[in-house]
Design a protein around this ligand. Sequence first.
Ligand SMILES: [Zn+2]
Length: 113
Amino acid sequence: MKLEVDGFGDFSTSLKRIRCKKKFFWVMFLLYIPIGILFGLIAGEPIILYVLFFWMMLTTLIGVWVMKTKCPRCGERFFSKSYGFNGWTSKCLHCKLLLFNVEKKSESSHKKA
Ligand SMILES: [Zn+2]
């Protein structure tokens, strides 16, 4: 298998998609408490339990969807290995492809010009 040293632009669209998925998951995860408070104030106790259960299931499904994301370079799962899931990582757990290579590389090239 040939690993690409530079030319990260080939992966830029895929990496952008992975970043969007990851952000979407964390937004859904972090909105759990505010949604609970909001529906608790608006609808009351019986409704809030259903809403929070639905929100938790939805976030779990999105987490599984993110976990199954494939790395554009090695084709393995980007955020998970056989022993678990790491949603905090910013690099592929298999080939170490960085999630933010394109922006950092383009920013540094703009500063030099
Ligand atoms: Zn990889």
